[in-house]
Design a protein around this ligand. Structure first.
Ligand SMILES: *[C@@H]1O[C@H](CO)[C@@H](O)[C@H](O)[C@H]1NC(C)=O
Ligand SMILES: *[C@@H]1O[C@H](CO)[C@@H](O)[C@H](O)[C@H]1NC(C)=O
Ligand SMILES: *[C@@H]1O[C@H](CO)[C@@H](O)[C@H](O)[C@H]1NC(C)=O
Ligand SMILES: *[C@@H]1O[C@H](CO)[C@@H](O)[C@H](O)[C@H]1NC(C)=O
Ligand SMILES: *[C@@H]1O[C@H](CO)[C@@H](O)[C@H](O)[C@H]1NC(C)=O
Ligand SMILES: *[C@@H]1O[C@H](CO)[C@@H](O)[C@H](O)[C@H]1NC(C)=O
Length: 570
């Protein structure tokens, strides 16, 4: 038997054998009053007073009347649910409507004060298990999501949420919102017995998230991909059982544990074709949870369907690790660009060197063709990265971009956007900021500005901080040209160009004062100096301003530039 294909089965047995499931289930108090529309929460610490063992928070909830099949209870409400807008953070840009089961949100809301107190007492350095059965498990999931978005937001630690026989919590959009955060999705393990009707009442319109461990009297199997879980929930549904029969997960798990230890492996191993280990593995799992019967192995469409789901799901996952590999390539491209930038310093500066460079100049080691390739690859990588981050669940005003990614993104923006601007104006376009700027640059800049810890004014690459600086220079050049051309233009137009030039002057001065303009800006022949020559002529000899003061005083200028260079080195 191929071990790889059996990995999931092994995990399921391991989960059952570890005893964690049984001890967690035992921490859930018995339901006291089935008929009341109530939810209670208890807290149990193991490991004695030393407080070293895990803390278990357990939810017991009943949603009134025991008839959990009314339309009202199974209805989904928007996560921004008007009277209790607790879960708006789950909305994403791609899908603004995330729906959560109404009964679960209402129960959560009913004990919210108690939960707030409990949340404040949680020590994130201590392992935490959040659990519940039936609807209690749904509230446990909501509580876990809330913790993930608050106290666990800035750590790599996570709680573990174990639910038993819980109805599905929300729709496809909820599943996607959670799955887009790998650390979030890995917090959830749902246990579902093939004898339990509760998780099956509501399968339609809902979508599971996290891993699900299916158990039956004969075995267990664990699945991760939502589509397979949904199909299995439907497939393992027994013929209508009477009402809400109480399933004792504790004893079922104990029997399974005993069985798994005693037998080691499932017996039916010889029941399938070992020349196709993947199919064989899936068949064994489906047999174990009684989703198919031994006599249906050859005819059940479920095996093929689950296989397709799993393969699609794995492919999606593989793409994530491709992203990591790409990040390393991206670092190399950035290094090459940095090197080009250094070389171009005395050849008209980074911007103008790129804008005017002869295609074939080889003397710099990096030809311009190389640079164009790096520029394209970097743009492609960051466009995708920014899009992915933007789709992540987010709270108002807060982005979910990690500080390290934002730091790399800011470096990229300052390094590559000037080149995009150079291409844009070289091709004769105008008004880059309003008409040419790509959305991903805008978002990167926005995030950098709103991040609580603004990226330090790192000057390692001596890149001008405003990545749009050169677009402003180009526009100022055009305004100068507009003003000097002898056309029949209205005085209003002239005035507006005139004003925009004063604004540009003030903008340049502010950058100079903040030491955020790189020295090569002032090099002979740069676009900025071309503008300055034109501008000087336009204003005339008698014109005096802060900028003329700065530009005409070599000493002030040198002081500033030397200071700048010094800062680059230190
Ligand atoms: C359960 O709650 C209902 C409604 O509050 C109450 O009438 C009933 O007496 C309770 N039953 C028990 C056993 O506490
Ligand atoms: C958003 O979610 C709803 C509900 O699951 C779904 O019908 C809709 O197609 C989704 N929209 C997108 C753009 O994914
Ligand atoms: C994985 O990435 C490739 C190329 O980057 C893409 O064509 C494919 O659709 C992606 N697969 C999934 C499942 O997202
Ligand atoms: C220059 O003049 C053209 C034509 O009137 C106008 O469309 C453009 O906005 C002006 N550009 C600047 C930077 O003032
Ligand atoms: C001035 O006229 C020339 C030639 O017709 C034209 O190319 C240019 O855009 C005009 N400039 C302005 C500011 O309108
Ligand atoms: C620009 O504005 C200044 C101050 O308002 C004025 O002195 C100057 O004549 C104007 N120049 C042009 C070309 O309109």
């Amino acid at each position: 038997m191929n071990r790889l294909s059996n990995g999931i089965l092994d995990f399921a047995n391991m989960a059952v054998c570890s005893g964690l499931l049984v001890s967690t289930y035992d921490a859930i108090p018995e339901v006291k009053n089935e008929t009341q529309n109530v939810c209670s929460v208890t807290c149990k610490d193991s490991g004695g007073d030393s407080g070293s063992g895990p803390r278990t928070i357990a939810f017991v909830c009943c949603d009134g009347g025991g008839d959990s099949n009314t339309n009202d209870d199974i209805s989904l409400v928007d996560s921004g649910y008007a009277s209790f807008p607790m879960f708006v953070f789950l909305k994403t840009e791609v899908n603004r409507s995330v729906s959560i089961r109404k009964a679960a949100i209402e129960l959560f809301a009913s004990i919210f004060d108690q939960l707030s107190v409990l949340k404040d007492q949680i020590d994130i350095n201590r392992p935490l298990i959040v659990t519940g059965r039936s609807l209690g498990g749904s509230v446990a999931s909501l509580f876990t999501l809330w913790l993930l978005d608050t106290i666990y937001l800035k750590t790599s630690k996570t709680p573990l949420c174990l639910t038993f026989g819980s109805p599905l919590l929300g729709d496809n959009a909820l599943q996607r919102a959670i799955s887009e955060r790998p650390t979030w999705i890995s917090c959830f393990l749902h246990v579902i017995s093939n004898q339990d009707q509760v998780p099956r009442f509501l399968a339609r319109g809902h979508m599971p998230f996290g891993a699900t461990l299916f158990i039956s009297e004969s075995g267990c199997a664990c699945f991760e991909d939502p589509q397979s879980i949904l199909e299995l929930i439907e497939a393992t549904s027994l013929a209508k059982l009477e009402g809400s029969q109480f399933i004792d997960y504790g004893s079922m798990l104990k029997r399974l544990k005993y069985k798994a230890i005693r037998q080691g492996k499932i017996e039916e191993a010889d029941a399938c074709d070992i020349s196709d280990p993947v199919k064989c593995g899936i068949t064994l799992q489906l047999l174990a949870i009684e989703a198919i019967k031994p006599e249906n192995i050859d005819t059940s469409p479920l095996i093929l369907s689950i296989r397709r789901n799993i393969e699609r799901f794995r492919k999606g996952k593989k793409n994530n690790s491709d992203q990591t590999k790409k990040l390393n390539e991206v670092k190399v491209y950035m290094a090459c660009m940095g090197w080009y930038k250094k070389q171009s310093k005395n050849q008209g500066g980074y911007y103008d060197c790129y804008k005017t460079a002869e295609s074939k100049s080889k003397d710099q080691g990096q030809t311009k063709e190389d640079l164009v390739i790096y520029q394209k690859k970097l743009n492609k990588y960051w466009e995708k990265t920014v899009k992915d981050v933007d789709r992540m669940p987010k709270r108002e005003g807060a982005t979910s971009i990690r500080p390290r990614v934002l730091y790399a993104g800011t470096n990229y923006r300052r390094m590559v956007e000037p080149l995009d601007i150079a291409v844009y104006y070289r091709e004769g376009n105008t008004d880059y900021i309003n008409k040419g700027r790509s959305q991903h640059y805008k978002l990167l800049e926005e995030w950098e500005k709103s991040s609580s810890k603004p990226a330090e004014r790192h000057k390692v690459s001596s890149t001008t901080e405003d990545s749009c600086f050169w677009a402003h220079v180009e526009e100022a050049l055009i305004a100068c040209r507009n003003l000097t051309e002898e056309n029949d233009t209205s005085t209003e137009d002239k005035e507006s160009w005139n004003k925009s030039l004063f604004r540009f002057e003030a903008y340049v001065m502010s950058l100079i004062r903040m030491h955020t303009l790189s020295p090569e800006t002032f090099q002979e022949g740069s676009s900025f100096m071309k503008w300055w020559e034109k501008y000087k002529t336009l204003r005339g000899i008698s014109y005096k301003s802060d900028l003329t003061g700065f530009m005409n005083n070599k000493k002030v200028q040198n002081d500033l530039l030397v200071l700048d260079e010094y800062k680059i080195l230190s």
